[in-house]
Design a binder for this molecule. Structure first.
Ligand SMILES: [Zn+2]
Length: 584
């Protein structure tokens, strides 16, 4: 049956096109629909052309309606979908170039597993993943682990990177590891050599450089393919030692950028001395970045390469290889540098700091690794929102930690419960408390449905005294004669301070009174209701104090707000509590 006669299919295309139109200001984009339809009807994969024609026809129909009409039609026929699509509508990444030319959008993130991931990779990961989701495409994780010597991969990072991506909410549709693919790289290298599009160069680097700068071929370049193949075999069988031969891909020797001219594609690494963590000394000829990434992007069907603009020259280099092989280069989006002031986004500095013992581990709070951010209660949603707001623009962008905190605060503030933490505790003794008080403290000031923490204050002895823990900072600034308010409890008048301990007398209960006298509002913990609490701060110092006993009921990994202190993530909860500080 012709697809155009399939009523059920036509209805599905109509629905998807209408929703897409509503999402894109009234104009459906045909290219975005093919993947979606095939996602639901796999059997149409083989009829992509016919399907594309049908989609184009429906899209033309749909785009004739005004957006109001489109919304009305969706509301009448598929009210549920509109709700779901509306949420997605908030993401406002610009459309990918030429997405409609491809049956399915395929993107990739390709880290070298020589370090854990950090905020500097967030843009590549989130944009690539997000676009794959928007276009109902495919997101590939590709480990680029072909340098067993200088940027040596480490086994634990393969799994740590997968965990980081899972935490970020980036679902991997397909995974490849380049160290499994050397036979494939060899196969294409041989094709390039046989076709006279590459050569084995045995010149010492200085000699090659001089020739190249003079736009002249080196002596190796024009040897016939038989000789090239023989030299290639000698690279593989060990006749050449490390550093004695490289494969170069031919380019225009007149290219204005000398770094592009006849770029190196594969080299020898003595893997007896520098074994690869996954494949040991099985191979001694290893591809360099442009050969491996360039071949893989085509072979894996990547349609859109989304990466930093420092790769612009790599595109130029790889385009020569693509033209030798008769391939079309994928769409390339090059975004600008993203800097976070005050954050180390250099992988080599992180690795060096760890090696020298400057940092306690990959999750050291001074680092911008995802492991550290996770420990501090930074949510993946905040990182994602920030990256999407910045988008893929080519201009450099500088953000601060404060920017990230603001995104995170917006997410945490409505959901985090509030508790009291007293840093460097000092004792406050309040005399003359007239009766028993039951303090009822909301877990969230605007969401009383979350419940309360309750503490009973019972005056004791002839002095009718009650004792509290308060923060040293509040104790230090309490002036004799001043009134301060214990939040949600009562007002007290300060009498005398000695050795850090403070004495006060009960003043009154009214909050109005406190407001009138501009009394400082401070947090407190009744003596006997405290639990020792240590908080690891972003500068790796430890803030020691007491948390209110209610915190013992909370689960590790919960993010809460200690009032007048900041958001923290509880790490361990028991007789003692340990937490990581996030931000104000
Ligand atoms: Zn040479």
């Amino acid at each position: 049956m012709a697809l155009a006669d399939d009523k059920e299919l036509k209805n599905l295309v109509l629905k998807v096109a209408m929703l897409n139109a509503v999402q894109h200001g009234g104009k459906a984009q045909a290219g975005a629909l093919t993947g979606k339809i095939i996602g639901e009807k796999q059997e149409l994969k083989t009829r992509a052309k016919e399907l594309a024609a049908l989609i184009q026809e429906v899209v033309n129909e749909v785009n004739n309606f005004s957006i109001e009409e489109q919304k009305h039609i969706v509301l009448q026929n598929w009210p549920e979908s509109l709700k779901k699509e509306k949420v997605e509508e908030e993401k406002h990444l610009p459309p990918l170039p030429n997405a409609d030319k491809y049956v399915r959008v395929v993107t990739r993130f390709s880290p070298n597993p020589d370090c854990v991931l950090h905020l500097g990779s967030a843009r590549a990961i989130i944009l690539s993943h997000e676009y794959a989701r928007i276009y109902d495409g495919k997101f590939i994780l590709r480990f680029e682990d072909t340098d067993p010597k200088v940027k040596k991969p480490v086994l634990e990072f393969y799994s740590k990177i997968r965990e980081d991506l899972a935490w970020l909410g980036c679902k991997i549709d397909e995974e490849h590891i380049q160290s499994d693919r050397l036979p494939i790289y060899y196969q294409y290298t041989e094709k390039l050599l046989l076709d006279n599009n590459a050569y084995v160069c045995t010149c010492i680097p200085d000699r090659f450089r001089k020739k190249s700068l003079a736009h002249k071929p080196c002596d190796c370049r024009n040897l016939p393919p038989e000789n090239q193949m023989q030299r290639w075999r000698h690279m593989l069988d060990g006749s050449y030692a490390e550093g004695e031969a490289v494969v170069r891909v031919k380019t225009d020797l007149e290219h204005p950028n000398p770094a592009v001219r006849d770029w190196p594609a594969l080299r020898i690494i003595d893997t007896k001395k520098y074994p690869h963590p996954r494949v040991g000394d099985k191979y001694r000829v290893w591809p360099l970045y442009n050969l491996a990434a360039g071949l893989d992007d085509h072979l894996m069907g990547i349609t859109h390469v989304i990466r930093g603009k420092e790769h612009l020259t790599n595109k130029v280099r790889q385009e020569y290889m693509y033209s030798h092989l008769g391939w079309k280069y994928p769409e390339a989006i090059h975004y600008g540098r993203l800097q976070i002031t005050g954050a180390f986004l250099s992988k080599s500095k992180i690795v060096q700091g760890i090696r020298e013992g400057m940092y306690k581990g990959w999750d050291d709070p001074r680092l911008a690794t995802f492991l550290a951010l996770r420990k501090r209660g930074i949510t993946p949603e905040a990182i994602k929102k920030m990256i999407i707001d910045v988008g893929p623009k080519p201009q450099d962008v500088t953000l601060s930690w404060e920017n990230l905190y603001a995104y995170n605060r917006k997410i945490l503030d409505p959901i985090s419960e509030r508790y009291f933490f007293v840093s460097e505790p000092a004792k406050l003794k309040v005399k003359g408390v007239p009766r028993e008080f039951k303090a009822k403290l909301p877990k969230h000031p605007e969401k009383t449905e979350k419940g309360f923490r309750q503490y009973t204050i019972t005056p004791e002895g002839s002095e009718k005294a009650a004792t509290f823990w308060i923060a040293k900072k509040d104790a230090d600034t309490a002036e004799v004669g001043a009134t301060i308010r214990l939040m949600e409890l009562f007002n007290v008048r300060i009498h005398k301070t000695k050795n850090g301990a403070i004495e006060a007398s009960f003043a009154n209960e009214s909050y109005e009174e406190a407001r009138k006298t501009k009394a400082k509002l401070i947090h407190w913990i009744p003596e006997g209701e405290e639990v020792p609490c240590r908080i690891l701060m972003p500068d790796a110092t430890m803030n020691e104090g007491l948390a209110e006993s209610y915190c013992k009921k909370l689960k590790p990994n919960t993010v809460i707000q200690f009032e007048r202190f900041g958001f923290v993530r509880l790490d361990e909860v028991g007789a003692n509590i340990t937490a990581y500080y996030g931000h104000k």
